[in-house]
Design a protein around this ligand. Structure first.
Ligand code: SF4
Length: 347
């Protein structure tokens, strides 16, 4: 009996991986998806807690893609292994803290291991020649194949006509002429193909599939490392960088101030780990303090927090401080004016 040919597809949740997987499914191949959770993924849960874009469905796009295609999705936690990719990328960073070339090679390498362990035959990605400045250039796409060790096990269906035949084509599992010839930064061919297939409401993340391509997020990450004097991080740190208004009045401490109800609720989950503040004489946001602060810093933080509270003609605001040790104190402070909160404090 003929062996059933099986491919694994890297599913980010975006349109490219949706379409590339669909193309190979249509060639009669059994496909399962892998989604790697690095801690920086846009698919992280914090995108679901804000009111902004509340008209959009709150969903995990990788699971949505799997559901649309009717395939099994394996979500694999790579938070620990990813640390070395982020901190020591052989090919450096993109515009922000995104190590795209090393990241892609790492993910394809992990996919290759998975293929070998699970008796699959080849790997699919949604890459398109010339689409991204770092990892998806004509010169860098072979680097992903080489650095990952996947070689000709790696098939890129959306631009396969521009690339040398891979094992799947050579063996006749996949018909080369049915692959596509997409190239460049335009998204129009992908959108037209999505329309043809009847896919609507797909995710269109700006800039990339993770927060590391985002300038504000990258700035906050670098700021955290600089203030701590090392580049260590925990998953909680990465999550908190996605939430709230971040203000660093000095190198000793940073404030994370909730901007809306969803963020207040989210930050409540961190109260036992962090010193936190909230106003008691008026409504105002919950604020976490990250760092090693002194009493003067707490007073400064309370004045800043008072500025973001609903003070109505009051000269002072009572702010409750609960230290991470459990000790509590109340500070009565005069709220800062807008001008007193220096621009350079905003991370
Ligand atoms: S955008 Fe993020 S997840 Fe995507 S390749 Fe670049 S670093 Fe990796």
């Amino acid at each position: 009996m003929d062996k059933k040919i099986k491919a694994v597809s890297l599913i980010s949740g975006g349109l490219d991986s949706l379409l590339s997987t669909k193309l190979i499914l249509d060639q009669g191949i059994h496909v399962e998806g892998i989604n790697f959770f690095t801690g920086f993924c846009v698919e992280g849960h914090t995108h679901a807690i804000r009111k902004k874009k509340s008209n959009k469905p709150k969903r995990n796009n990788a699971l949505w893609v799997a559901e649309k295609l009717g395939i099994k999705l394996h979500i694999i936690d790579v938070v620990e292994e990813y640390r070395d990719i982020l901190l020591n990328p052989k090919h450096g960073y993109g515009k922000n803290m995104n190590p795209c070339l090393d990241c892609k090679s790492f993910m394809v390498k992990k996919a290759k291991q998975w293929v070998l362990e699970n008796n699959f035959d080849f790997i699919i990605t949604g890459e398109v020649v010339g689409q991204r400045p770092m990892s998806q250039r004509k010169e860098t796409m072979p680097i992903v194949q080489a650095q990952s060790g996947a070689g000709d096990l790696l098939l890129r269906p959306l631009c396969g006509k521009h690339l040398p035949a891979t094992k799947a084509e050579i063996k006749g599992w996949v018909r080369h002429e049915k692959l596509l010839d997409f190239s460049g930064r335009t998204r129009k061919p992908q959108m037209a193909l999505a329309k043809k297939y009847g896919f609507e409401d797909y995710a269109t993340p700006a800039g990339g599939c993770c927060f590391l391509t985002n300038k504000q997020y990258s700035d906050k990450l670098v700021d955290m490392w600089q203030a701590r004097g090392n580049r260590d991080y925990q998953l909680d740190d990465l999550m908190l960088l996605k939430v709230g208004r971040h203000i660093r009045p000095n190198q000793r401490f940073k404030m994370i101030i909730a901007r809306e109800e969803g963020e207040v609720k989210f930050l409540r989950g961190y109260r036992s780990q962090y010193t936190h503040l909230y106003p008691t004489s008026c409504n105002g946001p919950l604020t976490l303090i990250d760092g090693k602060f002194n009493q003067q810093d707490l007073i400064l933080a309370a004045k800043i927090l008072a500025r973001y509270s609903q003070v109505r003609d009051a000269d002072s605001v009572d702010v409750e401080v609960k230290l991470d040790s459990g000790i509590m104190q109340t500070l009565s402070v005069e709220p800062f004016s807008n001008d007193e909160i220096k621009k350079e404090w905003r991370v």
